[in-house]
Design a protein around this ligand. Structure first.
Ligand code: NDP
Length: 248
């Protein structure tokens, strides 16, 4: 297919809903062949069908990325099926907001495994493909919570701050290998993200706060990712922070 990303291969994690689905569709429309990774394979198949109907190429890879063996395999399968890997969008994430005191400690483990460790594993595996290619782009979806913190966000912020540190060190390490690193930091986006919050009081508070504003749409973040990955090779878009106008 034609387009600025024609001939390129992108792997998008968390492509079964929200920002990941919108990003995968946008990259495919720009001509990239896309590997769609998440647990809900039925959702991924539906998106792959939509992309193929547009004349694009999509591969479905069902994986639980909190299992690091499956995370590594997702990269290897992408490389086997699509022949290269130009863009890795580390988007899959969990936002289990709530107070630290009294939290279910498994919330911390689940967020760290997916938001941090899976990103490190996927990136580690992707570099094995990108370095020999001499080109690549790692896009990490962080958050406004990756730049600040507030009550009820300590655990989640810890994972997104970790992602920021990883991304900055990575950027400096791989730039001379032709590999770019971009961090995208959305404010409130209307997605399924809040569905998974286990602390009911926090879930109610957060959802009623969102109901008072016009949040961003997943497509708004997809547009930011597309901007970063379609710049000329000399341009390394390091960081993009985007809030809805309503968000203070
Ligand atoms: P969604 O809940 O809609 O999407 C999350 C995606 O992650 C889904 O595709 C889900 O797929 C996938 N996922 C969750 N757990 C796993 C797992 N164990 N293995 C593989 N995939 C998994 O939320 P968003 O689109 O909003 O979230 C995407 C990213 O954006 C996250 O990193 C989030 O932190 C970040 N973000 C979101 C904001 C917002 O307000 N919405 C604001 C700032 C940042 P499945 O369940 O099928 O596995």
């Amino acid at each position: 297919s034609s387009g600025p990303l024609s001939g390129q291969v992108a792997l998008v994690t968390g492509a079964s809903s929200g920002i990941g689905a919108a990003t995968a569709l946008s990259l495919a429309r720009a001509g990239a062949s896309v590997a769609l990774v998440a647990r809900r394979a039925d959702r991924l198949e539906a998106l792959a069908g939509q992309i193929r109907d547009l004349g694009g190429q999509a591969e479905v890879i069902g994986a639980d990325l909190s299992d690091q063996t499956q995370a590594r395999a997702a990269v290897q399968t992408t490389h086997e099926r699509l022949g290269r890997l130009d863009i890795l969008v580390n988007n899959a994430g969990l936002m289990l907001l709530g107070p630290v005191a009294g939290a279910d400690p498994s919330d911390f483990t689940r967020m760290l495994d997916l938001n941090v460790l899976a990103v490190m594993t996927l990136t580690h595996a992707a570099l094995d493909v990108m370095k020999p290619q001499g080109t690549g782009h790692v896009v990490n979806i962080s958050s406004v919570s990756g730049r600040g913190a507030s009550p009820l966000s300590a655990g989640y912020s810890a994972t997104k701050w970790a992602l920021g540190g990883f991304s900055e060190g990575l950027r400096q390490e791989v730039r001379l290998d032709g590999i770019r690193v971009t961090v995208v930091e959305p404010g409130v986006v209307a997605t399924e993200l809040t569905d998974h919050i286990t602390h009911q009081g926090t879930k109610d508070t957060y959802e009623s706060r969102i109901a008072t504003m016009t949040p961003l749409e997943a497509e708004d973040i997809a547009a930011a990712v597309l901007y970063a990955v379609t710049q000329p090779k000399r341009v390394n878009v390091n960081e993009i922070l985007i809030r809805p106008l309503d968000q203070g």
